[in-house]
Ligand binder design. Structure first.
Ligand code: SF4
Length: 496
């Protein structure tokens, strides 16, 4: 897994695109800020005024990559942007998105959230036929498939390409004049469409990014649907036949922002309901409830309300150092967790504590947090997890540890409790999770979300899938510490 030591479910990527607004690149910039939680390794924006395309991308947070000068250079009424956490290919500038390619049809820019499970054989076949790849990300496979198509228009070539790829994608594509948005046939990754009151369309990973830019939510992009937006308006086609509905349940548990809505349900409300269910299923005598900030606060408040136990701020998070995975090594991570979370001794001293968290990946972070609470005077620590034991890796766009590194893949719940030092430990069952998220009691007969990392039942076969660094010659080449970027202006259609 390169040089980092992951102990959390990491975000995948965030995408945002605008068609038909005079300040499109600025809006994309704001939209990327709202999606920053989905990826903090790199950011990029592409803009077109209808004939000239300009793009800029760099390593780091949106605020580190873009300044006024960079934004000034990005003009046009069409624009797409991307924030990345690497789930395919290493974290380096060449792999930052949007991926921009020139081919005989002109210019194509792609911003992708998700992972293709058959990228390796597709790329091998393309290379055998002479394709030369510039990056090690699976998104470029889609670009090559479009570029090699005999169909002249991108809105014809893209569906042809999408019918060859398998896996998870929320994809926004643009050329000089047109914006396209597509979602995989299972709908693993979220994607929604909105409108600006003053005119113009927006497509984004989450509804919080519509709110941030003053756009009104219109609807979610349907699984397998392709939207094409140009001078003639918005057109919808079913590019790929829809498959079994499989929105990633981890979007509700951890990934999405609490102020986003997914399939009509607010993420904060769902998380609170998960906490309530935990309290109903696994009550315990305690004095206070606290949550691991930020993603577990909603579930912890739900637990506290249902149990009738006071919710307290037991851990204070330093909000200015990014998410845990940014720490580059084991020793730095040990240091980083202590800097990031400070236990509130005044609150914890002499108290029996219910500690709510969204998930346990490897167990090292949980162990440190339980330890922090005890050092701050907690007399008992009862851990409650708002998801089932996390046993299987994700192949659809979330970067997690390998199966052997997931603590629940090798240890029982009792063994995990002992390993992290908790007085008791309980997880939600898969049935309770599915019921709470969907409001339907029919799991596993009808599964409405992807739950594969808990059940091992993958909605799309993953036998062709490989690891994140599959296309790397040396799988350790992340350059997260490079804030610099590259700016390039290209006249449309200059290469054939
Ligand atoms: S395997 Fe897990 S993380 Fe991946 S899409 Fe399915 S539910 Fe989400």
């Amino acid at each position: 897994m390169g040089s980092r030591e992951p102990d959390t479910v990491r975000d995948s990527c965030g995408v945002y695109g605008v068609w038909g607004h005079p300040d499109a690149p600025r809006l994309v910039h704001y939209g990327l800020y709202a999606l920053q939680h989905r990826g903090q390794e790199s950011a990029g924006i592409v803009a077109s005024d209808g004939s000239h395309v300009v793009h800029y991308k760099g390593m780091g947070l949106v605020s580190e990559v873009f300044n006024d000068q960079k934004l000034e250079a990005l003009r046009g009424h069409i624009s797409i942007g991307h924030v990345r956490y690497s789930t395919s290919g290493s974290s380096r500038l060449a792999n930052a998105q949007p991926v921009v390619v020139r081919y005989r049809g002109g210019l194509l820019a792609l911003a992708h959230n998700g992972n293709l499970v058959n990228a390796v054989p597709l790329r091998g076949a393309l290379e055998d036929e002479g394709s030369i790849f510039q990056t090690t990300v699976d998104t470029e496979v889609i670009a090559h498939l479009v570029a090699r198509s005999r169909l002249p228009r991108v809105e014809e070539a893209l569906p042809e390409a999408l019918n060859k790829v398998k896996g998870g994608y929320a994809l926004i594509v643009m050329n000089e004049t047109t914006l396209l948005a597509a979602r995989d046939p299972n709908g693993f990754r979220p994607l929604c469409v909105g409108r600006f009151p003053e005119g113009g369309w927006v497509v984004a990973s989450e509804t919080c990014a519509l709110d941030a830019t003053g756009a009104e939510f219109v609807r979610e992009v349907r699984p397998g649907e392709l939207l094409v937006i140009d001078e003639t308006g918005l057109r919808s086609t079913q590019a790929v036949p829809p498959g079994k509905p499989a929105l990633c349940v981890f979007e509700y548990i951890y990934l999405a922002r609490p102020d986003s809505n997914l399939e009509g349900r607010n993420v904060h409300v769902v998380r609170k309901d998960l906490g309530r269910r935990l309290a109903l299923d696994y009550p315990v005598e305690a004095d206070i409830v606290t949550g691991v900030p930020d993603s577990s606060i909603s579930a912890a408040s739900g637990y506290a309300e249902e149990a009738g136990i006071a919710y307290e701020l037991g851990l204070v998070k330093n909000r200015y150092i990014g998410r845990t995975f940014i720490q580059p090594s084991t020793s730095a991570r040990t240091f980083g967790v202590q800097v990031k979370l400070n236990p509130l001794r005044k609150v914890l001293e002499g108290q029996r504590v219910v500690l709510v968290d969204d998930s346990i990946v490897r167990g090292t972070t949980s162990r440190r947090i339980v330890n922090l609470l005890r050092q701050a005077g907690a007399t008992e620590v009862h851990m409650r997890i708002a998801s089932p034991p996390y046993r299987y890796p994700c192949y659809y766009g979330i970067d997690t540890s390998a199966e052997g590194e997931l603590i629940a893949s090798t240890k029982s719940v009792e063994e995990i409790a002992a390993s992290i030092g908790a007085d008791s430990l309980h997880y939600l069952t898969t049935q309770a999770l599915h019921e709470t998220v969907t409001g339907l009691p029919d799991w596993p007969v009808a599964e409405r979300c992807c739950m594969a990392c808990f059940t091992g039942h993958y909605p799309v076969p993953v036998d062709e899938a490989r690891g994140k660094f599959e296309f790397e010659e040396t799988p350790d080449g992340d350059d997260n510490d490079r804030p610099g970027g590259e700016i390039e202006a290209v006249a449309a259609g200059t290469e054939g």
